[in-house]
Design a protein around this ligand. Structure first.
Ligand code: HEC
Length: 238
């Protein structure tokens, strides 16, 4: 019976680990800073929930396109190659070359900014960080809320400030998009960008869950012969 207990314990552990990994990823669990309300009281800002769905390829593709036009001018994504985009995201190579490769002409290259980060540091007062792993660092919801949290502030060098990252050095680069689209469309666009960033931070996350399912199924199936074998071995001992 001892062996059986071990098998049960092992299976339980494997399932628990699988579940923890899934929920940890879904929740993110980061706060989005604090702000002062009208009475001057410190309030915690709750992150908005980012519509991240790594099975929604259309959304990731739209996000890739917007990321390259609106973000990659300043930010690098140095762990991602352009070739990965057309292979994994089913974007035709010609389209990647024509519309997405704004910083190089080699598809095997990583996404690096055209402008020297050190110079940018001098211009903006803070160098734009690499965004390859940003959603893992801050959480999807933090990044989503941050991008939604820009507001006009004439006191700042670029005329904009941010609730989540007060006195931010990044300009409100989506300002034109914000005033030229509906509120829903604007949110969807930012959701798509974050979805792309989540894919970028962990391109295999979706596949990993599928593998996880099959591994658990395999373990469950393996349990049957192991159980019978166990019975067989102990039959004569007792
Ligand atoms: C004009 C240059 C510029 C562009 C374009 C730009 N950023 Fe930034 N970004 C910055 C700078 C500079 C910072 C550093 C801000 C600071 O630390 O105060 C920053 C910071 C950030 C941060 C916060 C990093 C952190 O963890 O502290 C995120 C997230 C981010 N940018 C995302 C984006 C996205 C997404 C886009 C495209 C929609 C974008 N940025 C476009 C300059 C830029």
């Amino acid at each position: 019976m001892k062996a059986l207990n071990h098998i049960f314990a092992g299976l339980g552990l494997a399932i628990a680990m699988g579940l923890t990994a899934t929920t940890a990823q879904a929740s993110g669990g980061h706060g989005c800073g604090t702000y002062k309300d009208i009475e001057g009281k410190e309030q915690t800002l709750h992150c908005e929930s980012a519509p991240v769905d790594l099975t929604n390829k259309a959304s990731i593709q739209r996000g890739a396109s917007m990321f390259m036009s609106y973000c990659a001018g300043c930010h690098t994504a140095q762990y991602v190659r352009y070739s990965k985009m057309y292979k994994d995201l089913d974007i035709p190579k010609e389209l990647v070359e024509k519309y997405l490769m704004l910083t190089t002409d080699q598809v095997g290259d990583h996404i690096t900014a055209k402008i020297d980060p050190e110079l940018q540091g001098q211009w903006f007062g803070a160098a734009p960080p690499d965004l390859s792993l940003e959603t893992r660092l801050r959480g999807n919801d933090w990044v989503y809320t941050y991008l939604l949290a820009f507001y006009e502030d004439p006191g700042r060098p670029w005329g904009a400030n941010n609730i989540v990252l007060p006195n931010v050095a990044m300009p409100h680069v989506l300002h034109d998009m914000q005033i030229n689209t509906s509120k829903e469309q604007y949110r969807q666009n930012i959701g798509d960008i974050v979805n792309f960033m989540a894919w970028m931070a962990e391109p295999v996350a979706h596949q990993r869950k599928i593998y996880g399912f099959w591994v658990l199924l395999f373990l469950a199936a393996l349990f049957i012969p192991v159980y019978l074998l166990n019975k067989e071995f102990w039959k004569d001992v007792k």
